[in-house]
Design a protein around this ligand. Structure first.
Ligand SMILES: [Zn+2]
Length: 217
């Protein structure tokens, strides 16, 4: 007798076992109207669903800021996710699709850190197939930002309640509001100038027409 008894052989089933269906991916990555690449619901997603883990290497913040930028054209674009313990997840290293999920001021997802320090992106509400997934980045920056640096965090989510910046906090919101008002004023001025120019051109054209009609032969 063998020391370990082997399990009794089961009788052959009459029906062939059906191969377990691959769990369907809930998301796909493609180009986004908000910014660069985005992540979209590949199926209807119920409120509260854990859609994807935000993966990457866990490093100290001091270490993270020494690392090269993810995108040389957009040096402020960040793949860093701050953890409660002061470290960050650097999705440049070992990151997954979660790093492509865009920010929105009226998001359909939220980020959630578990007690084990894992970060998941959850559905804030029921999401229809094809919708772009987004969550509020709530970026926190202690340093004072120059105008250019601040502009790099401009939000283009297009939501009516858009606060104009991906940065969190009232101070940044106020600054974004001021910046937008300034841009709107500039745009209005340019529109007025363009209008004046076109009226001027029209008047000139009329003069020409008039002149053509009255010029002696
Ligand atoms: Zn926004």
């Amino acid at each position: 007798m063998p020391a370990k008894s082997s399990p009794a052989k089961t009788r052959r089933a009459k029906t062939r076992p059906v191969k377990a269906k691959q769990p369907r991916r809930l998301y796909s990555v493609r180009n986004s109207a908000i910014h660069g690449r985005g992540v979209f619901a590949a199926a209807a997603i119920a409120k509260g669903t854990r859609i994807v883990e935000y993966r990457g290497e866990r490093v100290d913040w001091d270490d993270a800021v020494q690392r090269p930028d993810s995108d040389p054209d957009n040096p402020f674009h960040t793949f860093f996710f701050s953890l409660d313990d002061g470290r960050v997840i650097d999705a440049n290293v070992g990151g997954n699709a979660a790093r492509w999920i865009n920010h929105s001021c009226a998001p359909n997802c939220e980020s959630d850190e578990t007690d084990d320090g894992l970060v998941y992106i959850l559905a804030l509400r029921n999401i229809a197939k094809g919708e772009e997934l987004a969550y509020d980045y709530r970026l926190k920056i202690d340093d004072k930002l120059t105008k250019k640096e601040f502009a790099a965090f401009t939000c283009r989510c297009g939501a009516p309640e858009c606060r104009g910046t991906m940065l969190a906090g009232k101070k940044h919101k106020r600054r974004a509001k001021k910046a937008r008002a300034k841009v709107a004023k500039k745009d209005a001025k340019q529109a007025r100038m363009a209008d004046r120019q076109s009226r001027e051109a029209e008047r000139l054209a009329q003069h020409h027409a008039h002149a053509a009609r009255t010029a002696p032969r």
